[in-house]
Design a protein around this ligand. Structure first.
Ligand SMILES: Cc1cc2nc3c(=O)[nH]c(=O)nc-3n(C[C@H](O)[C@H](O)[C@H](O)COP(=O)(O)OP(=O)(O)OC[C@H]3O[C@@H](n4cnc5c(N)ncnc54)[C@H](O)[C@@H]3O)c2cc1C
Length: 503
């Protein structure tokens, strides 16, 4: 009932603002998001069964779906308008800032603030909050000129689809990589038996068969974008499309659920932000031509990923979120220090300082990317990709260390976390006494450690660590890319000159 009244309240304010400004809002509410996902009835397989109940009621999905719906409601809050809403001059529509293609440095700043409003709601733990994929789509559409006059490329389809997505505030999952069956350097010489490929080119569209990894939020979104990562050898694997999640033949095969107990005290994070990951099987899926952006074109797949705006714009979203996540983990670490009163120890101070250094480095690199932003030939304001690459590659190393630091500071407290029901039982008073911390009762101390444990030790928390390590690609190859793409000529000639002057 309370939720219903909140929805009406938000709707009223949205209507009021639109009426008074003559602008139509394209943004949906949380309720609309949930209704759409439930109506889709996409084919989702979980724990050996095809899900046949509404996804928003299913234990493996309901926490994340509810959290995601709250993000949509935030977008409609009048006091956040200047950050979350963008007036599209071409269509006179009000759209979510996450779909906006940045044209000025001010736009980049607005994008950062928008990402951070949403990230604060989940403490940065929803890697695939809608702003991630909306940013990806904005990066694709702003790179559309790469498809001009190329074989089997349809820039007009992409432009039209972007407009449709924005006008309906669509949500997306995506799959970019091939299944992990043979990663040897010679694997490309074998016939790839699992990777999704175009098997037919028909009058109505292309037909895709095979599998792709790894759709986080698979089934929880309106659409799925399927895009080939660079490095493909066979042109049938090189395509980019977007299709509704319930397209016939699309199956989302979920991993084991990491959703925790529904009692927030016991599973404060895994009850709300478990996003689920899935493999996607394409069982002869027909993709109508208007949803095909390119196919049978290895160069387009390569250029779109590496020469387009995907990397700088998506990384800008990612690092903005990671800053919030680092603030959160710093807060937890310091609360542990205070709760068991260990701040006098030098090693404790230096461990917390490691998180502070990580936080400030990420913030500085993010701002540097905006400061060094430049307009490209298509009039898109692109943040400098180098500081962002450095920030994301650093985070792949520092985030696992941050979770280790929380474990090192929390020690036995990380496991001695009785459920809330124990505090409400006949022995509650004793637990409050024997589990008390420094100037706090047992229940308060355990609530904090339960949060820390969910973040750093639960299946959900461990998946968070794996996510930050890999979701933007393998850290090893990312650092190789930084090495090979970074211009080292200046430093080398400086050192050479120095050497010749001194010898
Ligand atoms: C939690 C999580 C969520 C994700 N969500 C999504 C999503 O929503 N959508 C999506 O498309 N993808 C997603 N991904 C996939 C992500 O993009 C990949 O994990 C990442 O690109 C690495 O690929 P891989 O997992 O296949 O690892 P692999 O490439 O198989 O690497 C495995 C190991 O082999 C080594 N290795 C393999 N090949 C080489 C090489 N050529 N040179 C050197 N070393 C090599 C790697 O260093 C690594 O140690 C997600 C991943 C995770 C973990």
């Amino acid at each position: 009932m309370k939720t219903h009244i909140t929805c009406l309240y938000i709707k009223y304010f949205t209507w009021y603002f639109n009426e008074n400004r003559g602008v139509i809002s394209a943004m949906i509410t949380g309720k609309e998001y949930i209704e759409r996902i439930d109506q889709l009835k996409s084919e989702v397989w979980e724990a050996g069964k095809k899900v046949d109940e509404p996804l928003s009621k299913h234990p493996a999905f309901k926490g994340a779906i509810k959290s995601q719906s709250e993000l949509y409601d935030l977008q409609n809050q009048p006091e956040l308008r200047s950050i979350m809403v963008h007036e599209d001059k071409e269509t006179s529509l009000e759209i979510g800032t996450s779909y906006m293609v940045p044209r000025t440095k001010g736009d980049l700043e607005k994008r950062r603030k928008m990402v951070q409003v949403w990230a604060r709601h989940s403490a940065g733990l929803m890697g695939r909050s809608p702003d991630y994929m909306n940013t990806v789509l904005a990066s694709f559409v702003s790179s559309v000129s790469l498809l001009d006059h190329q074989p089997n490329c349809f820039p007009d389809h992409l432009l039209k689809f972007y407009k449709y997505a924005v006008e309906n505030d669509l949500s997306f999952t995506h799959t970019f990589i091939s299944p992990q069956n043979n990663r040897s350097s010679l694997a490309c010489l074998d016939e790839d038996i699992t990777n999704a490929r175009v098997v037919k080119r028909l009058e109505e569209g292309i037909v895709i068969k095979g599998a792709k990894l790894l759709a986080t939020q698979g089934g929880m979104t309106d659409e799925i974008i399927v895009f080939s990562a660079p490095g493909i050898q066979d042109s049938s694997h090189a395509f980019a499309v977007s299709i509704p999640s319930n397209s016939p033949g699309v199956k989302f095969i979920c991993r084991k659920s990491f959703a925790g107990s529904e009692v927030p005290f016991d599973s404060p994070l895994s009850s709300k932000f478990e996003e689920m990951d899935s493999m996607v099987i394409f069982d002869n899926v027909l993709v109508p031509w208007e949803r095909v952006f390119f196919y049978d074109n290895i160069k387009a797949a390569h250029d779109f990923y590496l020469k387009g705006n995907f990397v700088p714009l998506t990384l800008h979203q990612i690092v903005s979120r990671q800053v919030i996540k680092t603030e959160f983990i710093l807060g937890i670490a310091q609360m542990i220090v205070d709760t068991i009163n260990i701040s006098e120890y030098q090693h404790v101070q230096s461990k917390v300082a490691e998180i502070i250094k990580g936080l400030e480095a990420s913030k500085a690199l993010l701002l540097a990317s905006e400061h060094q932003a430049a307009i490209n030939k298509d009039g898109v304001m692109l943040p400098d990709r180098i500081p962002l690459y450095i920030a994301v590659n650093l985070f792949q190393e520092t985030y696992p260390r941050f979770t280790e630091i929380v474990q090192l500071l929390g020690a036995s407290g990380m496991v001695l976390v009785p459920e809330q029901s124990q505090f409400h039982s006949a022995i509650g008073d004793q637990l409050d006494h024997y589990l008390q911390g420094y100037e706090v009762k047992g229940a308060e101390r355990v609530q904090l450690f339960s949060l820390a444990s969910d973040l750093c030790m639960s299946a959900f928390g461990t998946r968070q660590t794996l996510y930050e390590r890999f979701f933007f690609g393998d850290p090893i190859r990312l650092s190789q890319h930084i090495y090979s793409s970074y211009s080292k000529e200046g430093p080398v000639s400086f050192s050479k000159e120095f050497l010749s002057e001194k010898s």
